[in-house]
Design a protein. Sequence first.
Length: 254
Amino acid sequence: MLTDTHTHLYSEHFNEDLSLVMQRTFDSGVKRLFIPAIDSATTEAMYLLEKQYPENVFLMMGLHPTSVKSNFKQELEHVKKQFSKRQFFAVGEIGIDLFWDKSNLENQKIAFKTQIQLAKKYKLPIVIHCRDAFDEIFKILESENDDDLFGIFHCFTGTEEQANRAISFNMKLGIGGVVTFKNGKIDTFLNKIDIKNIVLETDSPYLSPVPYRGKRNESSYLPLICKKLAEIYQLSEEEISIITTQNSKDVFGI
């Protein structure tokens, strides 16, 4: 059994063939699917996906950094309201993204810290989105670092030093399709990172692994990432599956 710790299966990219995508996912051995939130506009689609696949879909709730706009305080209130109504398995995806827009960094910092504190309140993991913002992310994690801080550094694409720093904050590294890219770089040092700190993800519909790079990603491609990690760690694919699924259970509690 494989666990996809990060997949946007409620995305409009799957509107036309979701049932087929889900069947391929299950047929590929991927049985556990953790679904990150983006903002209030995606909430109902997430709930519908969960309703359709209640045995396999596990929801997070949070405000994505690229959705931190002028109304971000209202969006944070939406997040808090959802937590008051029902259970989630993580606060995510949250963080800082400076690739698209550097002008709202201060608001992104506020949103990130607010949601870390929300996760601590509910004793939940955080799932971090970091793009061009390792220094900013680490500074906030340092300020919030305590026994209640834990989670996943989603779509990790940093250096070995940054990997070890993320782990020092009790974060697992979410490894996806980038590990299969010739220029992905993380494959050059990943075997130095203890496998106990690794979870698998697709981030579908984005970042498809080779040989599907550039096309729509889906959770059924997770075995390709598992296969690459088996090569890197010199373990069987079954061992990678067992270990990384257990790592996901350690994070999410299920």
